[in-house]
Design a protein around this ligand. Structure first.
Ligand SMILES: Nc1nc2c(c(=O)[nH]1)N[C@H]1C(S)=C(S)[C@@H](COP(=O)(O)OP(=O)(O)OC[C@H]3O[C@@H](n4cnc5c(=O)[nH]c(N)nc54)[C@H](O)[C@@H]3O)O[C@H]1N2
Ligand SMILES: Nc1nc2c(c(=O)[nH]1)N[C@H]1C(S)=C(S)[C@@H](COP(=O)(O)OP(=O)(O)OC[C@H]3O[C@@H](n4cnc5c(=O)[nH]c(N)nc54)[C@H](O)[C@@H]3O)O[C@H]1N2
Ligand code: SF4
Ligand SMILES: [Mo]
Length: 729
């Protein structure tokens, strides 16, 4: 795939030969290798997939072409903004902006205590080397325990389960798609999303290879998705009911007498007793998937030479997220597919953040949210509680917020409530290069350099990839002389904060504080180099640079258990008390499921990227794609027709949006994409070529979370439909 793109630096190209450089796409978890062509002036003239990359093998999706557009985007902020006495945001010098931001944050903490400052880290943090090396350090320096991130609107159940079973929140096995015979995807649409908690670039190609090996793909989803359409079998499941299906599968596997758990697994009898009530018949009543199909799928999982089950967004951002993810792990374990080629496997990353203890193993903390008492996990609190923590007066109220690479107004449940709450803060500081639905409220905006301007190594996604590789790519474009990388912003904000805090010299000179400062001053590439050099594989940044175009190929995934386990006894206790204790309640809830109302689910489109890039023409051209999908029978039952504007209401809010008839959604299910709803004052979308749409999170309910993890419930939200007045409002 190739495309020519716009200018990226300086003047248009002059005569001379074009140069090519390797880069990595940082827009999703697939981390595709790129070949970027530049004219002699340095302007980017083309992007294509890197055939020499041993992992992505030349693959590319349309989103990569947005990278140069971000670089040139007139909407992108290049200078800091500070809110003036007139209430407006004005460009300021970096010094002014750091000083103001630091005074605001330190001032609130001085008056109201350290925890009155909340921090929210958004998704792009995990896609940036400098964000990963520097943002945790900055957050520690800020001394607040009121920490949130996108994890709790996404994947917290995976971490809770990985911690409980394998002893570390990041021991997340991935389907070995290149060798499997049966791949079962639950609530996951990699044909659009390119895989998640599973770095699987070129899913379409790998899926074709699976088929040509005679392997099968089975999808469970309330919508006939792009992935369901290329599957061998697709089963509709009512939103929020997967636990019934997955637990019935576990039950059937155990009942078959053919379960083959590894020698290091304990607790089988307790699990057998606990799942006994979850029959295929219950699964059918709750989910709509026929009992016979559930039994047949259990048989296929047992019969297949190798099989891999993966559950993602649809199975984690829902009422029983932890139970679903636990059942997924158990299916792989009990069928003998965990840790064997073709099953689900752990990686052996060149920079092993798990094995070396760089990443915390996770676990529930004693700290809970102040207002609702939601559990903390891995040093963070569930972001569904953020708005109420700001809006509810009293001891410990959140009075200041720092967001980095995030847009919680668009991406967290009840976003409209957070939108309101942000206005009442004493201080909001945002590190972001766009004015979005959240950052428009900021007192100070600190804009970092763009993705093509920085060195890159994927610290996180090599940990989750279907093949072990290691790739370092230096920045493609020189950084704007007055620009700051994310890590430089973290450094300078951190240092300004220490000054504003008036931290006593003794405290500043304490070993802990000095170590944090030293880390802030050390560049990401230098920190990476240390990690590589001390990793035992004889690697370094220099060696990676010299490794050849696509980076190092360290080969297919290898069995790693039980050595890789981080549990105290290096064994896996299948009978997770958190889950087993909850099962009677889950049973009661599932018995009650299957009511008559409509349930809302989300969706992703290949050309969307969470809540940003809707101003990149290359991604937004073509037909608008933000409509509410409704089954024609449901439309008719509500006296509605295809194309009508409809009022969609939930327990917490309502939106008006166009409806599109679609037999791809189950009856009783409606679907809105997430990340839309840009028609708010102050949001900069000068180059937008698409309709703004509405925010699905004005409907999702922050009051309803997965009780075991506190993760947001974004799918399976009860809604009602009614005709909307003809004029847009
Ligand atoms: N209803 C519903 N809600 C959802 C989801 C859903 O499926 N349904 N999905 C959830 C998921 S999985 C996620 S991950 C979250 C995402 O939610 P968030 O992480 O809160 O938001 P994003 O939309 O990813 O916005 C990221 C912001 O980071 C900025 N940015 C991009 N790159 C950089 C960078 O390098 N540095 C800095 N400083 N800023 C940068 C962008 O300009 C953008 O404003 O949304 C969640 N919300
Ligand atoms: N193009 C594109 N790619 C992306 C992103 C993007 O915004 N755009 N975002 C990236 C991010 S941050 C993430 S986390 C990943 C997410 O990647 P995916 O997990 O693929 O995300 P979704 O498509 O939101 O959700 C998967 C499916 O869950 C289904 N679903 C909803 N409710 C239920 C349910 O109760 N049960 C079942 N079985 N299914 C249900 C939905 O219909 C949907 O098809 O994608 C990443 N890749
Ligand atoms: S699949 Fe697309 S967005 Fe994801 S890394 Fe590859 S090119 Fe980038
Ligand atoms: Mo995500």
């Amino acid at each position: 795939m190739t495309a020519t793109t716009t200018r990226s630096t300086g003047s248009a190209g002059s005569a001379g030969s074009a140069t090519t450089r390797r880069a990595a796409c940082t827009l999703c978890e697939a981390m595709c290798g790129l070949v970027v062509t530049q004219d002699p002036s340095g302007a980017v003239t083309g992007i294509r997939g890197d055939d020499t990359d041993p992992l992505s093998r030349g693959h590319l999706c349309p989103k990569a072409f947005a990278l140069p557009q971000v670089q040139d985007d007139p909407d992108r902020l290049r200078r800091p903004l500070v809110r003036g006495a007139d209430g407006e945001l004005h460009e300021a010098t970096w010094d002014e902006a750091f000083r103001r931001a630091a005074e605001l944050l330190a001032g609130v903490q001085r008056e109201h205590g350290d925890d009155a400052l909340a921090v929210y880290l958004g998704n792009p943090n995990v896609h940036s080397l400098g964000a990963l090396t520097h943002h945790p350090t900055l957050v520690r320096l800020l001394r607040t325990r009121t920490r949130f991130s996108a994890t709790s609107v996404d994947q917290l159940p995976h971490h809770v389960v990985a911690h409980a079973l394998y002893g570390h929140q990041f021991l997340l096995p991935v389907p070995d798609i290149d060798r499997t015979d049966l791949l079962v995807l639950v609530g996951h649409n990699p044909m659009a999303s390119n895989g998640s908690l599973w770095t699987v670039p070129d899913f379409p190609g790998r899926r074709r290879e699976l088929a040509s090996r005679g392997g099968r793909l089975v999808v469970l989803d309330p919508r006939r998705t792009e992935t369901a359409k290329v599957a061998d079998a697709h089963h509709f499941v009512r939103p929020g009911s997967d636990a019934a299906v997955l637990l019935a599968l576990v039950r059937e596997v155990l009942a078959s007498g053919r379960a083959r758990p590894a020698a290091w697994a304990d607790g089988l009898d307790a699990v057998r007793a606990a799942v006994e009530p979850f029959t295929p018949e219950l699964a059918e009543r709750a989910s709509g998937m026929p009992a016979e199909a559930v039994r047949a799928l259990a048989g296929k999982l047992l019969d297949a030479r190798s099989a891999a089950v993966h559950g993602r967004m649809g199975a984690s951002t829902q009422a029983h997220g932890v139970v679903c993810q636990w059942a997924v792990q158990l299916l792989n374990l009990l069928t003998g597919n965990l840790d064997r080629p073709g099953g689900t496997m752990f990686t052996t990353p060149a920079v092993d953040l798990v094995g070396r203890g760089v990443l915390s193993p996770g676990g529930f903390s004693r700290r809970r949210t102040r207002v609702r008492g939601l559990p903390g996990f891995g040093g963070e609190l569930p972001v569904s509680a953020l708005a109420e923590e700001i809006a509810t007066p009293g001891e410990g109220q959140v009075r200041a917020l720092l967001t980095i690479a995030g847009n919680p107004v668009s991406s967290t449940p009840g976003g409209h409530r957070l939108d309101e709450a942000l206005g009442s803060l004493d201080a909001l500081v945002c590190v972001d290069f766009y004015l979005n639905e959240t950052t428009r409220h900021a007192d100070v905006v600190l804009p970092p350099t763009g993705p093509l301007e920085r060195d890159h190594y994927d610290l996180v996604f090599h940990l989750l990839a279907v093949r072990d590789t290691a790739r370092f790519t230096p920045a493609v474009l020189p950084k704007d002389p007055d620009g700051r990388h994310d890590w430089e912003i973290a450094r300078d904000l951190g240092l300004a904060y220490l000054r504003a805090r008036g931290t006593s010299p003794r405290r500043r000179l304490s070993r802990a504080s000095l170590a944090l400062e030293a880390r802030l001053r050390t560049s990401p590439t230098r920190q990476l180099d240390v990690l590589l050099r001390t990793g035992g594989a004889g690697l370094s940044v220099r060696r990676l640079r010299a490794a050849g175009p696509g980076g190092l190929d360290l080969g297919p995934l290898r069995p790693r258990l039980p050595g890789r386990l981080r549990t105290r006894d290096r064994r896996v206790d299948l009978a997770t008390p958190l889950v087993l204790d909850a099962l009677p309640g889950v049973l009661a809830a599932l018995e009650d499921a299957g009511g008559a109302g409509l349930l809302l689910v989300g969706r992703r489109h290949q050309r969307d990227n969470n809540s940003w890039l809707h101003n990149a023409a290359v991604l937004t051209k073509g037909r608008p794609r933000h409509a509410l999908l409704v089954h024609p029978d449901d439309l008719a039952a509500h006296g509605l027709a295809d194309g009508d504007r409809v009022r969609v209401a939930s327990a917490v809010g309502e939106v008006v949006v166009e409806a599109a008839a679609s037999t791809d959604v189950m009856r009783g299910v409606v679907s809105l994409p997430h990340g839309y709803g840009h028609a708010r004052d102050g949001v900069r979308m000068r180059t937008a070529t698409t309709l703004p749409g509405v925010s699905v999170n004005d409907l999702t309910d922050p009051g309803v979370v997965d009780p075991l993890s506190g993760n947001a419930v974004l799918n399976g939200v009860p809604v009602t439909l009614a005709p909307a007045p003809a004029t847009p409002q």
